[in-house]
Write a protein that binds this ligand. Structure first.
Ligand SMILES: [Zn+2]
Ligand SMILES: [Zn+2]
Length: 364
């Protein structure tokens, strides 16, 4: 079928809205009519080739939509279902067998390899084959996706806001609720208040953290962080973040999250820990980036851990996040501004300038 999609043709080039040819779903795949799709920082670093997915490509990996057609062998998903689209996993490696799909041994290849899981593409234009992202490519009115990436969601929540649950919000919330699991009454510092960081702030409140410190250079984001549950905010443009955290906590925080991707900030997220504290690293600097640490800091029972997609299995975790949203405990809709597919370059610019926290493309 023909559909309209945002194509990125070369490194750093703007998205071009084009008619593209989309092949129908093969075995184990489904065809989705997109209703909304979030723009994630990962889309931008792939556009700019810091993560080298082969171009030209149709990016987008935070889609939500309606199932239009189900391929052979797909069970549990039907035409008309409302779904959120998440990341790819193989389903057959030891991690996947344990339900730890976020630690799939083939995660990088499946999500950044530019192909569907069978090694082919469903997309082409007049110049040839187009690459996929996350086996999803949701910057498009229609997408074919592996059924494993598809999470069925209830129909009584607005479908156009749900896409970011598939990556950014799942990542921020899961880092707290699945990975760090802070005890009620504990303290956490969140470095970077984009959609991932602010999701962590909301999740920290859900988890019962009583000291939630949000760190960012944008005042309006710090205001929103307060509204969402931060007990303290720090603007590193005005004060030293490490000194400020020590002044608040006296002995450092129990948990920290680094979402900025800036090596010096990662260092701070480790240095601000109390003894036995844990730092979670989420931010994605260019591949090959190195960070130096004071070994003494680590030796005092401190832990540094990476987090992929919030260490959550989307099939289990996304429905929980929707329940929290319905109860008013996770108002992630406050992070969202809507754009049309034609406005995608403006949406990316607004996100990069900090004007918008989570742009979502709304399809009509
Ligand atoms: Zn796997
Ligand atoms: Zn993402």
């Amino acid at each position: 079928m023909l559909t309209k999609a945002a194509v990125v043709s070369e490194k750093g080039a703007p998205f071009q809205i084009k008619e593209v040819q989309l092949e129908g779903p093969r075995v184990g795949e489904v065809l989705i009519r997109l209703v909304g799709t979030g723009i994630c920082h990962t889309d931008l670093i792939v556009r700019d080739q810091q993560f080298p997915v082969q171009l030209p490509a149709v990016l987008g990996h935070e889609g939500s939509g309606v199932v239009e057609k189900v391929g052979e062998g797909v069970t549990g998903i039907e035409q008309g279902d409302h779904v959120v689209l998440s990341y790819s996993s193989c389903g057959t490696c030891p991690s996947c067998h344990e339900g730890k799909t976020y630690a799939c041994e083939h995660f990088f290849q499946l999500n950044f390899g530019g192909k569907m899981s069978d090694g082919t593409s469903r997309l082409k234009d007049e110049e040839g084959t187009l690459s996929h992202l996350f086996g999803q490519s949701s910057f498009s009115y229609y997408a074919v996706i592996n059924a494993r990436n598809v999470v069925k969601v209830p129909k009584d929540v607005p479908l156009e806001i749900l896409g970011p649950l598939g990556c950014g919000i799942q990542t921020g919330c899961g880092a707290i609720l699945n990975k760090l699991k802070p005890e009620p009454g504990s303290s956490v510092a969140v470095f970077g208040c984009g959609s991932v960081g602010l999701s962590s702030v909301m999740a920290a409140k859900v988890a019962g953290c009583t000291t939630i410190i949000a760190v960012d250079v944008y005042e309006d984001r710090l205001e929103l962080a307060k509204e969402l549950g931060a007990t303290h905010t720090i603007n590193p443009k005005r004060e030293d973040a490490l000194e400020a955290i020590m002044a608040i906590t006296k002995k450092g925080v129990n948990y920290s999250l680094e979402t900025s991707g800036v090596p010096q900030v990662l260092r701070q997220s480790v240095d601000c820990l109390a003894v036995s504290g844990t730092a979670a690293v989420i931010g994605a600097p260019p591949i090959g980036t190195e960070v130096s640490l004071d070994v003494k800091t680590i030796r005092q029972e401190r832990t540094i851990t990476g987090v992929v997609e919030g260490s959550g299995n989307p099939q289990v975790f996304i429905p929980k996040l929707i329940e929290l949203y319905k109860q008013g405990q996770l108002p992630f809709d406050k992070l969202i501004n809507f754009y049309s597919l034609e406005e995608i370059n403006q949406a990316c610019e607004d996100a990069e300038k900090g004007i918008c926290i989570k742009p979502v493309i709304k399809f009509n």
